[in-house]
Design a protein around this ligand. Structure first.
Ligand code: TYD
Ligand code: MG
Length: 455
């Protein structure tokens, strides 16, 4: 019998198998395995044989290396997320929900880089050149020296890029690109993986920076295998709630700068505008102090960002009470509720709990724990915290409060925005900022007793 070349791979983790199954043995996900045809079987299992290679030059770690020259777009929000500008020959993946504004952002970035003298090619696989031109016109970018191409055949695109030798190529999107050497349809795991591999190795070989646009699946991951994220130098997520005009560009991986850095934009009628003071924006919709609303002094990357945590606690009509979270981790909420119950004797059984981070912001910092606990208690006790107070600190399972990093930066930002007092954990080196009243607690019970007179 002829040996079958069909392999199967998992769209979540990229693992390959020789037969199909309902569940991926490697990552445990269900229904993620699909057929991969025409893929090479990978490196041969034969040894290297008798042929010898040449010796590779070794250096030590102390060799002086000049920092990579960077091209700045002068859009501060974008440059910061890139780690200080675009590094030559780097590969960047920008992921986000459909319609969130990826094409808009990248067209604007392309125009900026092109005006800075970087030869820029924008390849659209989703829209015709005329559509891209129309959008550019609407954004007032028609005069920018960006070159457009509309194609999805990667062989044509690579030949064009090789002939033109641009400094930056933008591929919108990786899911529309296809290689004629791979049999499956565009957007399938093997096509996305092969196309991303071709493009990133091409970028490194030719010294071209490349930006790949990637769609995000319902689960919030870049469609196609996770391996695309491993292939590139930088992974940025463009996120935001459809109903809000704020958009956040977040670095989740960056070989050339700090990860976790965010850039904040606002979607306007004339494209994306940068927001240089996000705290003011996130708090601008805040009304009178109300029960359940607490301002969290957070840090995103290197920058302090204030935002509002909103909680609603109501008797549940269901046999199983609801726990709904937007903009924060559901598991973390369950943990805070458990700590409040076990350590402070405040039960939430039979109560529906809703938690929302205002403005479409997503928070992953553990220091938000105390602000969440404060919002939950404030909602439960129907008692508003003073309007001039910010809260931050991590809660451990024992009910102890752990100091948060960069206390001073948080306090300074809060003060700049007109807050005059803060609730924070004890410990840590940082002193308060002048003019800020600082209330410090080492235990959650102490905080609950002092602020809500309970517990
Ligand atoms: P787009 O960049 O096409 O999203 P993606 O490439 O991520 O799918 O953004 C489309 C949305 O942005 C669309 O709903 C309209 C909105 N938009 C504006 O509000 N203002 C603008 O100036 C532009 C160009 C788009
Ligand atoms: Mg698009």
């Amino acid at each position: 019998m002829a040996k079958s070349t069909t392999t199967y791979s998992c769209s979540a983790c990229g693992a390959t198998f020789s037969k199909w199954s309902g569940r991926c043995d490697s990552c445990g996900e269900w229904n993620t395995i699909s057929e991969d045809t025409g893929l090479s079987a990978g490196p041969s299992s034969k040894g290297l044989g008798a042929q010898r290679g040449k010796t590779v030059a070794l250096t030590d770690l102390s060799t002086e290396e000049a920092p990579p020259p960077r091209t700045e777009s002068k859009v501060a929000e974008l440059d910061r997320v890139l780690g200080g500008g675009l590094v030559p020959a780097s590969a960047i993946l920008v992921g986000g929900d459909p319609g969130i504004g990826k094409s808009t952002l990248l067209l604007q970035a392309a125009a900026r880089f092109a005006r800075k003298g970087l030869k820029t090619i924008y390849v659209s696989g989703e829209e015709a050149s005329a559509q891209v031109r129309m959008r550019a016109q609407r954004l007032g970018l028609s005069d920018a020296p960006v070159q457009l191409a509309a194609d999805t055949n990667l062989r044509n695109i690579l030949t064009t890029l090789e002939a033109e030798a641009p400094g930056l190529a933008i591929i919108d999107s990786i899911q529309t690109m296809w290689l004629d050497t791979v049999d499956s349809a565009p957007g399938s795991v093997s096509q996305v993986r092969a196309a991303a591999h071709e493009l990133t190795t091409f970028a490194k070989r030719k010294g071209i920076s490349i930006i790949l646009v990637g769609h995000v699946t319902k689960e919030g991951q870049i469609a196609g295998p996770r391996v695309v994220e491993h292939m590139v130098d930088t992974v940025l997520y463009f996120e935001g709630e459809r109903g809000h005009q704020f958009r956040i560009l977040r670095a989740v991986k960056n070989r050339f700068g700090p990860a976790d850095e965010i850039g904040v934009f606002e979607m306007t009628g004339k494209g994306l505008a940068e927001v240089t003071n996000p705290s003011a924006l996130f708090l601008s919709e805040r009304g009178e102090p109300s029960p359940g609303s607490v301002v969290f002094a957070g840090i995103e990357g290197t920058r302090p960002v204030l935002c509002e945590m909103q909680a609603l606690v109501a008797p549940s009509p269901h046999s199983q009470a609801r726990r709904t979270v937007v903009g924060w981790d559901g598991g973390r909420l369950a943990m805070i509720l458990a700590v409040l119950e076990a350590r402070c004797g405040i039960p939430f059984a039979g109560l529906d709990v809703y938690l929302n981070v205002a403005g479409g912001m997503k928070i992953s910092e553990p220091a938000a724990d105390l602000a969440v606990a404060a919002a939950l208690l404030s909602a439960r006790e129907d008692a508003a915290l003073p309007a001039d107070t910010v809260v931050f600190g991590e809660i451990s399972l024992s009910g102890a409060l752990r100091p948060a990093p960069q206390t001073e930066n948080r306090l300074k930002e809060a003060q700049k925005l007109g807050f005059s007092s803060a609730i924070a954990p004890k410990g840590g080196k940082a002193q308060g900022a002048p003019g800020m009243t600082l209330k410090r607690f080492s235990e959650l019970t102490g905080f609950v007793g002092d602020v809500f007179g309970a517990g």
